[in-house]
Design a protein around this ligand. Structure first.
Ligand code: URA
Length: 429
């Protein structure tokens, strides 16, 4: 086959701050999947994009070309409107677990394809796999059947979805080209659009435990993703939410599932409940379900019933107890005062070192490992009171986890530390 373009010419265009045409982008992605564009050429392209950026039209084309590299799921046979949520990842972010059944309890269908964690951020599938028997892998037909029966499904993305992104993401991971907004936005949105949802709410995390450390970067990422979604016909909105301190009271797989079950029983940490209700409200509004207060179905058992049905449909057995760590280690407050720093990244790294996360994608995770805490920014604490508990099946892991937490917490004698806002901004209709 005679190739219509040359990778070297297209790399040079981006290197020299030029724009790639739609045809050039379609060819570059397709030729990369076919192996005609080599890894070293795509690496150079990714670096040129990281350094020189892309116009919005190019980003939309790049996303569409990645969607076209695989299948696009179609839920148009469902009687219910479809809506999903995507979080850019944080520490203790288990919101999907109560959110998907909550939104389904109001008559929308939530088709969520999720991933496993890598590094300090946990993955939704790892969390759900701590439930005995629960299966992440479903065929497209099984996914549709669970959606029809229950209204919510959380499962692994099959290999057929945006295969160009899979190949490109692995390459970016080893070439220092992950943190480029056009590449992050197109990567996330190609998978969400290919997943077939008709509406999408993005939870873009901001702060130490997030990809985006500043509000400015997070706003740019959110705007880019909202434009991509709307250009592809998916009604898309974004919330910018705080990840300076970890969310809730737990980071770790079974620990977060336990917390989700508390929320679905009408309890749980206030920040998790508030964010779940906020995201559910936005999701329901996008599909025209208005005038409801999603806090109600968290309190009356309706969301819990959906959760039980959703887990059972994927062979999860909620009558069996979740794993508990063989060892725990408690840290206490060295002095009396107010919590003035509680660093999400440090907590995520500690949970990861305790065995909750993986360093390479082949690694196994411990179901029971992680960190739980009793504190939040602005809370008063007395000397000697418990602040953090470490959980692991492997006692030897405590030392490195404690080291990761050495600068994580500050206690100030100044009583005027203000509680930070959870929602920092909104982008989109
Ligand atoms: N998550 C993704 O799926 N892709 C990125 O590029 C970054 C985060």
């Amino acid at each position: 086959m005679i190739e219509p373009f040359s990778a070297v010419d297209l790399i040079a265009t981006k290197r020299d701050f030029g724009q790639l045409s739609t045809a050039e982008i379609n060819w570059m992605i397709d030729a990369y999947v076919r192996g005609v564009v080599a890894d070293e050429q795509m690496s150079a392209m990714a670096m040129a994009i990281l350094l020189n950026g892309m116009q919005m039209r190019e980003i939309v084309d790049w996303t569409q070309a990645m969607i076209n590299s695989g299948e696009r799921l179609d839920f148009s046979s469902l009687a219910l409107p479809t809506v999903d949520k995507h979080s850019t990842g944080g520490v203790g972010d288990m919101i999907t677990l109560p959110l998907a059944p909550l939104v389904a309890s109001y008559g929308a269908a939530v088709p969520q394809l999720s991933g496993r964690g890598l590094g300090h951020t946990g993955g939704t599938l790892d969390k759900l796999e701590s439930i005995p028997g629960w299966q992440a892998n479903l065929t497209n037909a099984e996914m549709l059947a669970v959606l029809q029966q229950v209204g919510a499904v959380v499962c692994a993305a099959g290999a057929g979805l945006a295969p160009a992104d899979k190949k490109l993401y692995a390459l970016r991971d080893v070439t220092g080209t992950v943190p480029a907004i056009p590449l992050i936005a197109s990567s996330i949105m190609s998978k969400k659009i290919a997943e077939g949802t008709s509406a999408l709410v993005l939870d873009v995390k901001v702060g130490s435990g997030a990809f985006m450390k500043t509000l400015e970067q997070a706003t740019e990422l959110a705007k880019t993703m909202v434009e991509i979604g709307n250009a592809a016909g998916v009604k898309t909105k974004a919330l910018l939410t705080n990840m300076a301190q970890p969310l809730g009271r737990a980071a770790g797989n079974a620990l977060e599932v336990n917390q989700a079950i508390e929320v679905l029983n009408g309890g749980g940490p206030a920040d998790v409940v508030a964010l779940t209700v906020e995201l559910a409200t936005e999701m329901l509004q996008l599909v025209g379900i208005t005038g409801v207060n999603p806090a109600e179905n968290l309190n009356n058992g309706k969301a819990l019933a959906k959760w039980e049905a959703m887990i059972k449909a994927q062979h999860g057995d909620l009558t069996k107890p979740l794993a508990k760590a063989k060892f725990t280690h408690q840290l206490t407050a060295p002095k009396t005062g107010v919590i003035s720093k509680f660093d999400a990244l440090a907590v995520g790294i500690a949970a990861w070192r305790l065995g909750a996360g993986r360093s390479r994608k082949e690694d196994a995770v411990q179901a029971a490992a992680g960190v739980t805490w009793e504190i939040e920014l602005g809370a008063a604490i007395s000397a000697g009171a418990p602040i953090l508990t470490l959980h692991s099946d492997d006692e030897a892991r405590f030392e490195l986890a404690i080291a990761a937490l050495s600068d994580a917490i500050e206690i100030s004698e100044n009583q005027s530390v203000t509680k930070p806002d959870l929602i920092l901004g909104r982008i989109g209709a």
